[in-house]
Design a protein around this ligand. Sequence first.
Ligand SMILES: *Cc1c(COP(=O)(O)O)cnc(C)c1O
Length: 374
Amino acid sequence: MSELSMIPAARPVIGEEERVAVDRVLRSGMVAQGPEVAAFEVEFAAELVGGRTCVAVNSGTSGLHLGLLAAGVGPGDEVIVPSFTFAATANSVALTGATPVFADISADTFNLDPVSVAAAVSERTVAVMPVHLYGHPADMDGLAQVAQEHGLAVFEDAAQAHGATCGGRPVGSFGAFGMFSLYPTKNMTSGEGGMVSCADEEIARGVRLLRNQGMEAQYANEVVGLNNRMTDIHAAIGRVQLGKVGAWTAQRRANAAFLDEHLGQVAGVVTPAVREGCTHVYHQYTIRVDGASGAQRDEVVAALRAEHKVGCGVYYPTPNHELVSLARFAPAWELPVTARAAAEVISLPVHPSLSEGDLERVVEAVAAVVGAGA
Ligand SMILES: *Cc1c(COP(=O)(O)O)cnc(C)c1O
C-alpha cells in the first residue's frame, strides 16, 4: 500500500488568475480596503444572494459578530443556536454578551430542529441562528414559523453553504443577516474573509460602521467599533474565486452522486440526505457509521487514513455545549440527536479536485473498513 498517495480531505484550488489578481493589487500600491472590496461585495451579492446588500469583513467569525451587534443583540438576550457546529457560531453570540442557547438537530440533515428550537424559547430569546451545516440548508420554513410565533429574528450561519438553496431561494437571503466564510477550506476562499448579506440598509450600515472603528466619515466615529476590514488583496482573490465556485459546486455534486450510488449499498453506512425542495452544495460529504460509538468511529477514521490513505475528517467530535469554553452555556435539557451525530459522523473527500480513481478508492476503502465492521 506504500505506493498510494494520501487523498486530502480538502484542497483549496488557487490558480494563476488569483496570483495575477493579487499582483495587480500589490502593484497599485493600495492594498487596504478599497475598490476591490467594493467590487467584490457587489459581485458576491449578484452571484450568490439575489442582489442583497453585502458587506465584506476579515473573517466569517467577524461577520457573525458584527451582524449580531448590528442587529442589536447584547447582554440579557438569548440566541438559539445548534451545538453541533463549529464553535464560531456560539462564540460570536457569547462575544456580544448575549447567551447562546443550544437546541437539538434533525437526524437527517444535521441542522436545527424547529421543534427543539420552539422548546428552547424563553422570555429572553430574541433570535434563532441556524447553521446550514455541510452545505445543506437548514429547515428555513419550519424555523420561520417558530420565529414568527415567538417574535424572533432569524440570522443565518451560511459559512459552509455558498450557493445552496431552499425552495429555490439562496441561503443567506432569508435572515436579517447571513454570513459566508471565505476561509481556505470553504467552498470558495479569499485567503481569510467573510461576507455578510443584509436584509436592509440599516443592518448593512451597522456592519460597515462596526468593521471600521464606527466611522463612515473619517474621524467622525459614531459608535464603538472594531477593525474587521477586508483588504483589497483578499478581495481580489475572492473575486476570481467567485467566478469559479459555480463549476466547483457542480463538480462537488457529481462527486457526491458517485459516492451516494456506491456507498448507499454498504451495510452500516448512512449517506447524506437531501431534503425535498433543497439543493446541497456538499461543503462536506458526511456519512454516519450507523450505531457506532465515538471510539468505534475513530477506529474507522484511523483505518481509512492509515491503511487506505483516504483523508477524512470528523466535524465535529465534541458538541459545543461540552467544550471547556462553552460548557457554562450547557442547556438543562439533553441533546440526544446531537450526541449521536457527534459519535457517528465521518466526512469523506468530495472536493472538486478528486479524480474518478480517487473516488473509487474512497468507496473501496469505506466498504472494506465499515463493511468489515472495524
Ligand atoms: C468556518 C465557519 C465559521 C467561521 O468562519 P471563519 O471564516 O473561519 O471565521 C463559522 N461557522 C461555521 C459553521 C463554519 O464552518
